[in-house]
Design a protein around this ligand. Sequence first.
Ligand code: TXA
Ligand code: MG
Length: 336
Amino acid sequence: MTETKILPVSPEALDAEIITQAADVLRRGGLVAFPTETVYGLGADVLNLEAVKKVFDVKGRPPDNPLIVHVAGTKQLDDIVDEIPDKAKTLGEAFWPGPLTLVMKRTILVSDLVTAGLDTVAVRMPDHPVALALIRALGEGIVGPSANLSGKPSPTTAQHVYDDLRGQIEVILDSGQTTIGMESTVVDVTVDPPVILRLGGLTRERIEEVIGPVETDSTGDRSRRSPGTLHRHYAPKAQVLLVRHGDPAAFAALLQDQRQAGRKVGSIVHSALLAKLESGEFYRVLPSSIDIFARHLFRTLRELDAMRVEVIVVEGVEEDGLGATVMDRLRRASQG
Ligand code: TXA
Ligand code: MG
């Protein structure tokens, strides 16, 4: 067992000493969880293969699911990426730092362990002063899967990381709740048109405004290109049941069925029509503004899990913009 230290660090007034301390831990091959604008990441030095191996071990992550390398500037891409396509440059200029991960051809410097043997590497420049300062202090890329146990909802607070990985990692840098609350959008730019492998914090619409039409991975080719999307993800312990938004009859019927079956039921809703139907300990109303709904969704799923509800009935959202990402996560959670 390792002692896991939670070190508070304000994104507005960076404490250089804490960043140095955390970078030293990475340099010695330790693991440091760090905040980003999307979710918390589990950081290790990309060049330290023992540390990278530990990342898979502590998360219980299947070795066929490759990791994202986080960088702090485009200069760092030279060592990692073999070829930067024009559309990747355009996307990087438009959205980095930000919730966008680009899959590109890798160099031989990137270990097979990181890429799960693929000839590509996923790279992201996070939009968070603490993450960027940590990468700069280490002077190398940092691998960073979400800092949760594999299969659980991604962590949006330092406490979530602590709940999942306590005793297994050295440091958690705590900058409070993350702002986006969903993971980055992963785009394969080795093909043209590029393919969205995982919807995330950056919407398809915004990507297409900049580079024109992109595809999504409905081609059946997805297992080859983004192994991670095949594994069960984002699921709380409780069973998740999804209802259409703004459909009070369906919601009421589902609640009644579940209660009659004697199950302890929680729910997450956002529309006034559904919010009127119920109240209670295991009942959560989130704002219907999609940005705020997304920000709080994983946290709320974890909260209801901690109350040991057996079922969580969730009201779906409209499927455009960030709503498409939210529905992707909810569908995966409900497939559990
Ligand atoms: O927002 C995020 O992306 C967060 C923060 C910490 O940056 N990180 C994150 O990492 O969500 P992770 O490991 O939980 O998800 C990475 C996703 C997986 O679906 C993985 O399969 C995919 O990216 N991926 C990584 N490398 C890839 C590659 N070379 N080709 C295709 N997909 C790849
Ligand atoms: Mg993850």
